[in-house]
Write a protein that binds this ligand. Structure first.
Ligand SMILES: [Zn+2]
Ligand SMILES: [Zn+2]
Length: 177
């Protein structure tokens, strides 16, 4: 699969908590297939308190626009979804529901979680998983120090963004062609 931004560049695989994702070696953007997002979810997630984070809570605050980025699976333009106060944008494919997150947006989401004090609860949970000896990470050195942060974002996508997909899909369907 090619990077949505660097369309000549083949993406590489990384594993986070048994969830396989693709990343671009040039921009370190990460592509999550819908399957990857669903896989990352497990029973223990249900106890997470941080679901009160208000990122992506209100469907009426979404703004959607087209981008020049291309879905690596379907070769169609990705839509950029922008949520009101957070200033965070993600790129989504309307066909396969894959999500592309570039490095800048990744950092913004982490900063947003930190502001909301939501990352503490999540990282505590991730640390206990690590103590149970679960395999955390197989992939490039560049990501190693950010594994917990990365999982915070994966779980945020799972629990917030995917839940909102019906709303996002309606917005996209109503855009002028
Ligand atoms: Zn790239
Ligand atoms: Zn797609």
């Amino acid at each position: 699969m090619k990077c949505p931004t660097h369309q000549a560049e083949e993406m590489k695989k990384a594993m986070f908590y048994n969830t396989e994702v693709d990343y671009c070696p040039i921009c370190l953007g990460v592509w999550f297939s819908e399957d990857a997002l669903v896989q990352a979810k497990d029973e223990a997630d249900k106890t997470l308190q941080w679901l009160d984070v208000d990122l992506w809570n209100e469907a009426t605050k979404f703004q959607v626009g087209k981008t020049a980025k291309i879905c690596p699976a379907d070769f169609v333009p990705l839509y950029q979804v922008n949520y009101n106060h957070s200033d965070i944008k993600v790129d989504i494919c309307n066909f396969c529901h894959g999500v592309f997150l570039d490095r800048g947006e990744f950092k913004k989401i982490i900063n947003y979680l930190k502001k909301k004090k939501a990352d503490e609860i999540l990282h505590h949970y991730l640390r206990s998983l690590a103590q149970e000896g679960k395999e955390i990470f197989v992939g490039p050195e560049t990501f190693k120090e950010e594994v917990d942060d990365f999982m915070a974002v994966v779980k945020l996508f799972n629990d917030k963004l995917l839940v909102q997909h019906p709303a996002i899909a309606i917005f996209i369907a109503n855009l002028p062609k």
